[in-house]
Design a binder for this molecule. Structure first.
Ligand SMILES: C[S@@+](CC[C@H](N)C(=O)[O-])C[C@H]1O[C@@H](n2cnc3c(N)ncnc32)[C@H](O)[C@@H]1O
Length: 202
């Protein structure tokens, strides 16, 4: 029988000989992770990231409420934040950019709002149609390895800026506005466990 009381005792080991495993026992994991009680797993980090995004996007929706303009999603990825933006902004059109659309049909934006290809091509190509029309831009562009990001944090802000309406809000998982003239940093809530960045522009 399991006790109905949950206690916080240290986890006991397997209770079987280490030799039962080809690659060693779980005790080896403890050696790789110095403190098993405070280790932050991949699951923990994913939860932190998604929690931050939900708080930040909800906050952004409140910030721009009542100010007209399009929403821009730069980085469709799995469509998670796009789907959330759709629910936060049911009355606004959302322009979506990514290299490809690897999402189920239910998460695929309409063709006239979906811009597939490298940001360095698709953003400039769409600028004239939507110049000054965007109220909120969300750039979720990071990858697991920063050295695979192709310096994106340095160039993406300049490609987004022409789309922005005066006093637009930009949110990003990367510090894309750092040092940009006219980009005023704003404190984004919900970032205690995961970094997120915001700017008022123009
Ligand atoms: C962090 S993921 C986006 C996650 C997404 N917002 C979600 O919630 O599922 C980043 C996306 O940026 C896209 N990306 C990165 N660099 C790009 C580039 N230079 N041109 C086009 N897309 C790019 C990747 O294809 C990837 O889908």
């Amino acid at each position: 029988m399991f006790s109905s009381e949950c206690r916080n005792d240290p986890e006991p080991r397997n209770g079987i000989p280490t030799a039962a495993f080809k690659k060693g026992s779980l005790a080896n994991n403890a050696q790789k992770q110095p403190d098993m009680n405070t280790a932050h797993s991949t699951l923990d980090r994913m939860i932190d990231r998604l929690t931050t995004q939900r708080v930040a996007l909800g906050w952004a929706a409140g910030c721009v409420a009542g100010s007209p303009g399009l929403v821009m999603e730069i980085g469709l990825g799995k469509g998670r934040t796009y789907d959330h933006l759709r629910s936060l902004f049911p009355q606004r059109d959302i322009l979506v950019f990514d290299m490809g659309a690897r999402v189920p049909a239910s998460l695929r934006p309409d063709d006239d709002r979906l811009f597939l290809g490298d940001f360095r091509d698709t953003l400039p190509a769409a600028t004239e149609r939507f110049r000054g029309a965007v109220r909120l831009a969300h750039a979720d562009i990071g990858s697991a390895r920063e050295d695979e990001e192709d310096g994106i944090r340095n160039w993406i802000g300049g490609l987004i800026e022409p789309f922005l309406a005066p006093d637009a809000l930009v949110l990003s998982d990367r510090p894309i506005g750092a040092g940009r003239r006219g980009w005023e940093p704003v404190d984004v809530p919900g970032t205690e466990r995961w970094a997120y960045h915001g700017w008022r522009v123009g």
